[in-house]
Design a protein. Structure first.
Length: 458
């Protein structure tokens, strides 16, 4: 995220200024231009907040180096002068690279914050402690800026939402909401639990689907290399001496000739489909189709589906406060589920039915078609008894226990299946190599006798 400041004049000449954040400088400028056009403002300047490197000293002490974010160099110089420092140099940082912190760092920050909040430590002190102990530079600088903004009286929700690229959309929303909720500790604990489950889900998904797929792809490439480049060097040596090749060796050599004669075609067939699919699944429509497909994969699909419902119910439990305020928690929980298909069905089917037709939560969820029969049944009971909030937590805990155990078993089965495929491929390659090793050239005597017989017949 970038922060831009603009100065403008009204029609009557009155000067005004303001600032906003955006995902990029271009997007921020477009927002300012639209704002100026709408309010008939004459833009005077647009400045981007940048990082300035400074070197200062106080009295006869050793010079101190540091960095500070500001809109102009003068702002930094004025601030340092007010603090009693003598300025040696202040220069704008030429290159700024922002690499988002790993998810483990975010989880650690939220968990530690929740524990310290439980001990009744003021949030400003918690931020000060974590700023000093956080090793990741991006997260440390982000926490510094959040702390400074909160000390100036900025709205906590707006402050955290500025840093969505660092925390993630849902996490930023939850942490910003916590200060206003009156139940800050509970929301931080729930957010930490959500982030941990999301990490486990991604790790399980990688183990169950992505890693096996990569393993098979690498095995396929290795086989192509063996058949296309290594094997022919031996097999063609026999052909030079007019030796007849056994069936498997002959077939493999024909396959090798096809691969070497059509290198470009083979390369395109091997590389283009995965790249195209990967790029397509990055699009909005592609992500929707992929997430719909992944829920229908035999065995693993049902577990992923239940994990999505578990995450949804856990977030819904944290945010839900009563039937009169159910729409926003439902929307946010659907976004937090991590599945675009699930999110789309909730937003485009369930929520419109609740708003336009006034039907209950359970009926709307059933119409969306993304909840299991068990979840619908439990939610229906909770809605009738007025305990839908606690029922959501029960569903989340139930599906967590079930999916964690069953997913481990399925991952083990997939690993065994991959090992069997690798074993079969290795056996086939060994058989071809063994057959090649049994080829023997014809003895000179045999060749001469054969030639004599052919001349006699002629």
């Amino acid at each position: 995220m970038v922060e831009l400041r603009f100065a403008a004049e009204k029609v009557n000449g009155q000067p005004i200024s303001g600032s906003l954040t955006a995902a990029s400088v271009r997007e921020g400028k477009q927002k300012i231009y639209r704002l100026a056009e709408k309010n008939q403002l004459k833009l005077m300047s647009i400045e981007k907040k940048a990082t300035f490197l400074y070197k200062v000293r106080k009295g006869g002490e050793k010079p101190v180096k540091g960095e500070q974010k500001a809109f102009t160099k003068k702002e930094v110089e004025d601030a340092l002068t007010k603090m009693g420092y003598t300025i040696v140099s202040v220069n704008k940082k030429l290159f700024e690279f922002h690499i988002n912190p790993p998810q483990t760092e975010i989880v650690s920050f939220v968990k530690i914050s929740a524990e310290l909040l439980e001990q009744k430590l003021p949030y400003s002190e918690i931020l000060t402690l974590l700023i000093g102990d956080t090793e990741n530079k991006t997260l440390r600088e982000t926490l510094k800026e959040i702390n400074n903004d909160l000390k100036k009286g900025a709205d906590s929700e707006a402050t955290f939402l500025k840093y969505q690229p660092v925390f993630g959309k849902f996490t930023a929303y939850m942490l910003g909401l916590a200060s206003k909720s009156g139940n800050m500790t509970e929301i931080y604990k729930a957010t930490a639990k959500f982030l941990e489950r999301k990490m486990e889900f991604k790790k399980s998904l990688r183990s169950a689907l992505i890693t096996p797929a990569l393993t098979l792809f690498v095995l396929f490439i290795a086989c192509l290399f063996y058949v296309g480049y290594i094997f022919p060097e031996t097999a063609k040596l026999f052909l030079k001496f007019g030796i007849d090749l056994p069936p498997m060796t002959a077939f493999t050599l024909k396959l090798s000739d096809f691969l070497t004669e059509n290198k470009l075609l083979v390369t395109l067939v091997v590389l283009i489909p995965p790249v195209v699919l990967w790029r397509y699944f990055k699009t909005k429509n592609g992500a929707y189709i992929f997430d719909k497909f992944i829920l229908k994969i035999p065995a693993i699909g049902s577990l992923i589906h239940k994990t999505v419902i578990e995450v949804y119910c856990r977030v819904f439990y944290t945010l839900y406060s009563g039937s009169a305020e159910s729409i926003e928690p439902i929307r946010i929980a659907s976004e937090a589920s991590g599945n675009k298909y699930f999110e789309g069905r909730i937003k485009n089917v369930a929520i419109p039915l609740m708003i336009k037709k006034g039907i209950g939560i359970t009926e709307a969820f059933e119409a969306a078609g993304v909840f299991t029969d068990t979840a619908i049944s439990r939610l229906h009971s909770g809605e009738e008894t007025g305990t839908i909030k606690n029922t959501s937590l029960q569903i989340a805990n139930y599906y967590e226990a079930e999916t964690v155990y069953r997913l481990k078993n399925i991952i083990e089965l997939i690993q065994i299946f991959i090992a069997m495929i690798i074993m079969i491929v290795m056996i086939l390659l060994t058989l071809v190599s063994a057959e090649t090793a049994t080829i023997r050239p014809k003895t000179p005597g045999t060749v001469m006798n054969q030639q004599h017989i052919e001349r006699t017949i002629a």
